[in-house]
Structure formats: C-alpha cells, structure tokens
Design a protein around this ligand. Sequence first.
Ligand SMILES: Cc1cc2nc3c(=O)[nH]c(=O)nc-3n(C[C@H](O)[C@H](O)[C@H](O)COP(=O)(O)OP(=O)(O)OC[C@H]3O[C@@H](n4cnc5c(N)ncnc54)[C@H](O)[C@@H]3O)c2cc1C
Length: 427
Amino acid sequence: MIKLQLPPSLWKATAAPAPETRPLDQDVTVDVAVIGGGFAGLSTALHLVEAGRSVQVVEAGDIGWGASGRSGGQVIPGIKYDPDDLRKMFGWEAGAKAAENFGSTAAKVFELIDRYGIDCDDTRSGWAQPAHSKAALPAALDRCRQWKALGADVAELTKAEMADLLGTDSYEGGWIDRRGGSVQPLSYTRGLARAALSKGAFVATHTAATGLSRSASGWTVSTNRGSRVNARDVVVCTNAYSKQLWPKLEQTIIAANSFQVATRPLSANLDRMVLKNQVVASDTRRLLSYFRRDRDGRFLMGGRGTFANPTTDGDFAHVERMLARAYPVLANQPIEFRWGGRVAITQDFLPHLHEPEKGLLFLVGCQGRGVALQSKMGEWIADYLVSENPAALPLPVTDITPIPFHGLRRLYVSATLAYYKMLDLVR
Ligand SMILES: Cc1cc2nc3c(=O)[nH]c(=O)nc-3n(C[C@H](O)[C@H](O)[C@H](O)COP(=O)(O)OP(=O)(O)OC[C@H]3O[C@@H](n4cnc5c(N)ncnc54)[C@H](O)[C@@H]3O)c2cc1C
C-alpha cells in the first residue's frame, strides 16, 4: 500500500507538529463519517462534534495531504463572484444573503484560531488585490465599492499607495480587504484536526474510503484498511483529489495544478521594503499571481501550474519569471522551496454541494480560494446536518452534472490558459 506522505514544501518544513493519528483498522459506528482531512472535512467534523454529533474522519494520507497543506495560506473573504454578480445570479434577496455569507468566511478562520489557540503564524493585515493593468483597475475598484456598500472594511488604493503597501511599483493601484490575512496552511489544518480531536472527533489518517453503500441505518463507508464506518450521514470533502468514489463526481471539476516557490529569508534591506506590513496579495490577472511573506521572512510567489504534476525545478520556471516581473528587486533571490497542489474548478465557478441521496453530501469546487471558504463551509454543512434545514447552506444543493467532454479537459484547459494569457497581456 502506497503511503501518502506530504511532499516536501515550505509548509512541511516549518509547520507546527501534527496531532497523533492512526489508520482505522476496526469497524466503527458514528453519527457522521467525513471523508477528507483538509480544511473542509476537518472544519465539518469540528462543528459537528461541537453540536454533539459523533464523527469519524478518514483521510487517505497525512492530515492536510491535499490542497490544504500546500495552499498559499491567504485568507480571502468572498468567492470568485462579486456581490452584484451574486444578486444577478440568485435574485436580489438570495444574492444579498449569499454575499453576506461569503463575506463572513475569513472571520470564521480567525475565530477558530482564537477559540482553539491554533498555532499557525496567522496575520490579520488584510488581503490586497492590485490591478495588473490600467484596464483592469476599474473592475477592481468597483469590487471594492460593492463590498464597501455592504459595510466591509475595505479601501481603494492609488498606484502610489499600492506601491508603498506592496513594495513594488509593478501595479496600477487597486484595493485592500482588511478582513483578510494569512495562515501557515499546514499548521492551520493540523490545528483544526487537533481541535476536532479535543472535542471528541475520531480522525484516522492513511485510510482511504473505497466505497459507499446504503445500510439499514444510513451509510457504510468501506476503506482500504478493510475497516468500515457505519454512519447516518456521510460528508465527502475530497475536492480536487476526488476519485471515482461516486459516479461522475470526478467529472464535475477540473483539477488544475497551482505552483508556488519561496525564496530564502530576505535580507534586512529587502525585508523593510517588500510587503512590510504582512499584507498578502493576489493580482487581477485571469492567470493570477499570488504572493506573501512567511513567518521567517521568505517571499512566496504562486501561480498556475503545468497540467502534469511537477517533476523538475524547471516546471516552476514560469512562477519564478512571475516573481521577477512583479518584484524586479527579487529577481536574483535564491529559491529555497518549490511545490504544488491541485485546485478544483467547476464549470460555473461556484462551489458545489450535492446530495444525490439522503444523508450523502459532497462538497467540491473552491476555485483556488478555499482557506476561508472551506473553513466556513464546514460550519454550514454541520448546521445543515443538525437542523436538516437547507436554509443553513449558503447555496442550493445541485445535481451532479459532469462537465461536457471532460475526457478532453487537457485540450480545453490548454486552450483556455493560452486565451487567458493573451487577455492578460492586452488588458
Ligand atoms: C498551491 C495552492 C495554493 C493555494 N493558495 C490558496 C490561497 O492562498 N488562499 C486560498 O483561499 N486558497 C488557496 N488554495 C486553495 C485551497 O488550498 C483549497 O481550496 C483548500 O485547501 C481545499 O480544502 P479541502 O478540504 O476542500 O480539500 P483538500 O485540502 O484537498 O482535502 C481533500 C482531502 O481528501 C483526501 N481524500 C481524497 N480521496 C479520499 C478518499 N477516497 N478517502 C479519504 N481521503 C481522501 C485527500 O487526501 C485530501 O487530503 C490553494 C491551493 C493550492 C493547491
């Protein structure tokens, strides 16, 4: 049996220790089985045990083995859609409610960190969205205006203010959302696991769910250890790492790679200049660059990955070029860490909740913005299971609908990337 251990990364090298967990080698019966030990699965488990439910989490690898332990760790409120888009999509009232809900996601992360004393190098200096071109600036400022109208702590930034905040004049201005911040994502994921364990959840690692079947009292989850979890409800939080656990689930998302690089800790001079206020940022490009510092003063740059998983340092060359373009002053900084992970993109760019049968819930599709979203999703899903009231969920539950021609995804992802790259150059 292959052991899914976290691949080398900055986060693995600097994380707080993981709580002790073991594979599941005997059958158990609980109220809820949760599949997947990332932000979503662990937050769901934590909120369920807080509500008095018994929970068994099964994770195929180490805690945080998926995107959660490899993420950029930027805590960003909201989803890819702006408040006005949500009102257009769902109608005035439901859209306004969705905007309010998604606007509250970052606060959930910091609330959990505070409540459970999670040691994860969190910062709360905000998330900035700098405009990569003059043409991209009006949309960024409009986004800021929409959130401001809802009372969010946001502010527009001129080109000079953005240059001062980021320590580079590569951008045309933009806005800052002071609700945002950052975490060391693997430490945060481990902290969620520790919190769930402290409240009585059972968390098994190196235990993959291999089948889901109906039973007299709910569901049975079979595992690759030969053990079974019997539960009334099952929540599947496997996101971009979903395989064929349920028919067609994997075909509802594009699992795209995102890559990051981290420099060595910056010198005192650069330290004073670059992102000096600990703000984190993702720019307005369609193929966006996201960047931040870490606890020890390294500079991190992230961006799109190759379709295949990385095998050589050369696979990260485009991210290093992005770093040099955004921060010419860092162009020659030695790179200490390179790593990547997968993000789940849905066809309509919304997170998807599916319940194909009673008591069997799937959550997929965070579009690369899941630190805050999946943490809050855990609370919403737990509320839904406890109350059985669909109004507890931020979006309607939808059918599992495969993306047409999913088998050709490599072709159209390449075509979309080329198109977006061209648009980013001209706009
Ligand atoms: C490189 C990178 C950078 C990112 N940067 C940011 C960022 O800065 N800010 C932000 O908001 N978001 C970011 N994201 C997105 C964010 O990390 C994800 O949205 C989030 O981690 C998803 O959490 P999750 O719990 O849904 O899924 P995951 O963390 O992927 O967890 C799914 C888990 O399910 C497990 N699993 C799969 N199948 C089975 C099975 N059959 N049985 C048991 N377990 C199984 C996997 O091992 C995995 O651990 C980034 C993602 C990547 C990859």
